[in-house]
Ligand binder design. Sequence first.
Ligand code: AMP
Ligand code: MG
Length: 402
Amino acid sequence: MLSLEEAVERSLAAAALLGREAVPVDGAAGRFAAVDAYAGVSLPDFDNSAMDGYAVRSSDLPNASAGSPVELSCVGVIPAGTHPVDMVDKGTCMRIFTGSPIPRGADAVIMQEDCSSTRGDDSTVRCNDSVKPWENIRLKGKDVCEGDPVITAGTRITAGTIGLLAATGHDSIEVGLRPKVGLVATGSELVEPPSDLKPGEIYESNRAMLASLVARANGLPTPYPIVPDSLEDTVTALKRAFAENDAVLTSGGVSVGDHDHVKPAIEQLGGSLDFWKVAVKPGKPFVLGQVGGKPLFGLPGNPVSALVTYLLMVRPALLKIQGAAEWRLAKRPGRLAGELANKGDRRHFVRVTIDDCGLVRSTGGQHSHLLGSLARANGLVDLTPGTRLAKDDPVDVLLIED
Ligand code: AMP
Ligand code: MG
């Protein structure tokens, strides 16, 4: 049996970088930067006011207070988006707004709440407080300097990085290509919902579930028609899926049952395939293959096994294909609401909920066909073989919808 780490290593090794494309910055959320990007301007790009108020010389107001205000003569207004040409001389000030450039001569901004004026006379401003040099001034380059890196290759682009990229002059960014992923479900018992079920048939659910996960990883999923358990149908379906995609995910048909046709089909298509038992529960059988250099990930048919093996072994590869530097699932620390035990000899990824207070509860039955307890879960706890954890023990929860 293969350890999970070995399986992930092999899966990552099968995932070659796809390529890159330039996308508009406002459409880059969630994508992975393919290049380092640098600031085209400093942030701020000029000294500017942090407040609505008056640009002053701090030395004019050393001891100003409500009891002994200092009067300054207001010599101008600096609306946002303008550039002040006049200077603030001794005894004068200028009306200024948040983000407006600081005029020459001024070294502080007194906020308007600390000032008063006589009704009808804007030209004299009474300052009821003192200011320190550079108070309420946002200095050029204090946040980011021109030429500083704003994102490094391999990083996931967030709303914050989008803001930073735009603020430093970028309208597009090179990102890793989104992999096209074909989804092939095998099994003669499978029927598309909502058609009527004949005895022995079940609704096919893995393609829809996997499509949602693939899309969360920036993939472009395409579901293909359900493939009955025949070698010929499996070959035809896989041939088409490989022709039209960068990677193919199959579900079902990879155990040692008589009706498992994925392996011979891949061989018939001139590809190769490894069949592993990975030491995780749920999801022991896992297949990694390739056809024409494109990876095939063969997931178990049981829905919970399909989801867990996807998250642990396929998602990392789909992210790496896009140039991601990090592909582990996000973890949230919590503590157990009740006992959890793993009496088996494989790592058990237990379906749990973790709430806002960090309380972690099992979602119930843990067999690999139980979709109800999967749907209730928002995380998985990685329980090592032979462990028994007690109520209140600390655990890390891997987040399913990362
Ligand atoms: P298999 O891996 O093909 O042996 O399937 C294992 C179990 O998962 C069987 O109970 C199948 O009926 C079920 N199963 C396989 N594929 C799917 C699917 N796409 N949707 C829902 N259940 C499935
Ligand atoms: Mg099957």
